[in-house]
Design a binder for this molecule. Structure first.
Ligand SMILES: Cc1cc2nc3c(=O)[nH]c(=O)nc-3n(C[C@H](O)[C@H](O)[C@H](O)COP(=O)(O)OP(=O)(O)OC[C@H]3O[C@@H](n4cnc5c(N)ncnc54)[C@H](O)[C@@H]3O)c2cc1C
Length: 440
């Protein structure tokens, strides 16, 4: 049965008992072991077409994996297409765009674009995959200045559930592009896309670290600052537990630490002026805020999160006032006990609130902040859902009903009812046999 498929594709085809399978499908969380019936390591867009047609002919569901950063549950049957070989990035300097293969990570795009004076509106962590991230919308270090990352997608090449290779965009299926900008799942396999890059004059950023005793003052002071912050400055504040973050290891006295990440797409003098109130919040343990070349964007906020078992739950917030600061501190501040290694508030209000002229399916566009709970200790995973529920419920007065899928921590996000209906119609059209139903 696999011989037929093997003869149609360039990349490797693996059965469930193939010894190469475990390595091929290993993702960010290596403890999640996928055991699909068949894996196709796509090396070309034509491989994806052949794989999807074959799966349909044999009645198998199809899953896709780029980096595995979004994996929440194992794929236990059907066909899994891995895309990591499709990692080509081609930058058109004059047009200011990048054509990006389905397997590329943000670091690949930064490396290709930054030497040419261009930056992608990327994820904070450069090891995240471009396509999986953009399908959810994507809130990164330029959220306030440049909006959701998916707003910068110009077109996608997609293999539909009928095995057709189509263009989603103004010159093709415009409704499918609307859906792919934030609709996340059930919309076919993206083989490549074109992203508009930003021309930023300069870059200023890094992080401030504050010791545990200053966490309450920093949370209160930072949130107050965000309400009148310069519109181009994006910040997020994470309270990390000792041992969960490299930056804390050089400060062994701290049990908790506040890390305030800052990005400003502008020059040193304005950057210094913008962050002066943040430096004044409390004495710092570390201060890396500085002007930096565009080529250092991937390293601006320190190293990537360690790969491994990860439990995530997040929500979108309409607002964050002084009362929210107190609710947050009561549950995750000094003295509060919880199993999460990192708890984060992001300030995203700004360009994120303005949709692209033709509209998009992004969930949570009206959010001005996000809240995220991340755990990496499997021994506490069983306890996390209940504690997360309690913490997130304490944020109810500020929570939005919509949840962006990149922050949900489960396979699907929550869209506004009209967007959900329109997305369902696109999914039925491009995936009439339900090959790409979400998992996890
Ligand atoms: C360390 C870390 C940092 C993160 N930081 C951010 C952040 O700053 N902002 C943010 O918004 N999100 C962030 N995320 C969430 C991240 O955007 C999502 O988990 C995203 O799904 C990861 O995409 P991926 O391709 O890397 O992962 P994968 O697990 O490979 O893919 C995730 C899902 O995307 C879909 N998918 C992937 N490739 C394709 C394709 N070619 N065609 C169709 N569907 C596809 C599939 O449904 C797949 O299950 C972060 C996650 C981690 C683990």
């Amino acid at each position: 049965m696999l011989t037929e498929l093997d003869s149609q594709v360039v990349g490797p085809v693996m059965s469930a008992v193939d010894p190469r399978l475990a390595g091929e499908v290993a993702g960010f969380d290596a403890t999640i072991a996928h055991t699909p019936d068949v894996v196709v390591g796509a090396a070309t867009a034509a491989d994806v077409v052949a794989a999807v047609r074959w799966a349909h002919a044999h009645g198998m569901p199809v899953a896709v994996q780029g980096t595995g950063h979004g994996t929440r549950a194992p794929v236990a049957s059907g066909l899994l297409i891995t895309t990591w070989r499709l990692d080509q990035v081609r930058v058109d300097r004059v047009a200011g765009t990048a054509t990006i293969g389905a397997g590329a990570r943000w670091a690949d795009v930064i490396d290709a674009a930054a030497p040419l004076g261009l930056v992608p509106i990327a994820a904070t962590d450069p090891s995240v995959g471009v396509v999986g991230y953009l399908l959810g919308g994507g809130l990164g270090p330029f959220a306030r200045s440049h909006g959701f990352s998916s707003d910068h997608v110009e077109r996608c090449t997609v293999v539909t559930g009928t095995g057709d290779l189509v263009e989603a965009g103004p010159a093709g299926d415009a409704e499918l592009l609307w859906a792919l900008r934030g609709g996340k799942h059930g919309l076919g396999v993206v083989t490549d896309l074109r992203l508009r890059l930003a021309r930023v004059p300069a870059l200023y950023g890094g992080y401030l670290a504050f010791a545990e005793e200053h966490v309450p003052a920093v949370v209160r002071g930072w949130l107050a600052w965000t309400r009148q912050a310069p519109p181009e400055v994006t910040t997020n504040l994470t309270i990390v537990h000792r041992g969960e973050e490299r930056a804390i290891r050089s400060h062994p006295d701290a049990r908790k630490l506040a890390l305030l990440l800052v990005t400003y797409p502008g020059g040193a003098a304005e950057g210094e002026r913008a962050v002066a109130p943040l430096r004044a919040l409390a004495p710092t343990l570390a201060d890396t805020l500085a002007p930096m070349p565009l080529t250092d964007l991937a390293e601006m906020h320190g190293e990537s999160m360690d790969p491994g078992p990860t439990w995530v739950r997040g929500t979108m917030l309409r607002e964050a006032d002084d009362a929210l600061a107190e609710a947050w501190l009561a549950h995750v501040g000094p003295g509060a006990s919880h199993p999460f290694g990192g708890v984060q508030l992001r300030h995203v209000a700004g360009a994120t609130e303005v949709d692209v002229p033709e509209g998009s399916a992004v969930a949570g566009r009206g959010a001005r902040y996000t809240a995220l709970l991340v755990g990496q200790d499997p021994a506490s995973f069983d306890a996390m859902p209940d504690v997360a529920e309690t913490i997130l419920r304490s944020l109810d007065p500020w929570r939005m009903p919509e949840v962006n899928p990149n922050f949900a921590g489960v396979a699907a996000g929550v869209w506004a009812p009209d967007v959900a209906r329109r997305l369902a119609a696109v999914r039925r059209r491009v995936d009439p046999h339900g090959l790409f139903a979400p998992r996890g």
